[in-house]
Design a protein around this ligand. Structure first.
Ligand code: KIV
Length: 259
């Protein structure tokens, strides 16, 4: 049986764009929840918060703790947890870890990377009532070498179509398309009944996802598809420096802030 939030998201296809953003903790999640359809606790937290050079270093325990915090801030959006590397290598491992993730964090769904390669795993999870989001194109857990766009060669294009179809046929309710060429994103989005959520994959996707820390200007990401909507570092810097100068000059705390 499909959760109502997921049904609503699927219904948005061809009607209204789906908004997805990441959150790693309660305070940001509370704000994002007011605007997003999907809040994703992405394993991008490995590079964003822990400076890891690969998401492969992120483990399940870290994902569970961050998702528990995010859960406290998410009231209306669909909450999705990224299953980290080496937690879904076979059907039983995937089911055991996904069940644990849902039980411990009360999230609504899991996300796994891969297409044809993980189709049997997606099918097994869905059969066991675990809603699954797919992720193809650039898949950071398995990428070798530099990040680049996907879909340039005929071989890559064919693989993307096969991967997308395999995920839909296995029961995934949506698919993240990362860094796929515009025309490919358009064709895949037309081909599938389930929504595509793009990241660097053009306006032709059914929705868009970005890392919240990137759009806030909390990271120094210099990636073509990242748009910085505010320079929050500047604002934080101003507040912290005002606090410092008031402490030094004994302007803070005044009587108002004292017992
Ligand atoms: O880890 C992540 O945050 C992601 C999204 C950016 C799609 O997978």
């Amino acid at each position: 049986m499909m959760n109502n939030k997921i049904k609503k998201i699927i219904k948005k296809k061809n009607k209204s764009k789906i908004v997805c953003l990441t959150a790693y903790s309660k305070n940001i999640a509370e704000i994002v929840d007011n605007h997003a359809d999907i809040v994703l606790v992405g394993d991008s937290l490995g590079s964003v918060l822990y400076n890891y050079n690969t998401t492969r270093k992120v483990n399940l325990k870290m994902m569970l703790e961050h998702t528990k915090s995010v859960r406290m801030g998410v009231k209306k959006s669909l909450l999705v947890i990224d299953m980290p590397y080496n937690t879904y290598r076979n059907k039983s491992e995937a089911l055991k870890n996904s069940k644990l993730a849902i039980k411990e964090t009360k999230c609504d769904a899991v996300k796994v990377e891969g297409g044809v390669r993980v189709r049997h795993i997606v099918r097994h999870l869905v059969k066991n009532k675990i809603p699954v989001m797919g992720h193809i194109g650039i898949t950071p857990q398995t990428i070798k070498g530099k990040f680049k766009s996907v879909g340039k060669t005929e071989k890559e294009r064919k693989k993307l179509f096969k991967d997308a179809k395999a995920l839909e046929d296995s029961g995934a309710f949506g698919i993240v398309l990362e860094c796929t060429y515009s025309d490919i994103s358009k064709k895949i989005s037309k081909l599938l009944k389930i929504p595509t959520i793009g990241i660097g994959a053009s306006v032709h996707c059914d929705g868009q996802v970005l890392v919240t820390d990137d759009i806030l200007g909390l990271t120094d990401a210099k990636i073509k598809f990242v748009k910085k909507y505010v320079n929050i570092k500047k604002i934080i810097n101003l507040a912290v420096s005002k606090f410092k100068s008031e402490v030094k000059s004994k302007k803070y705390p005044t009587k108002k802030y004292s017992y």
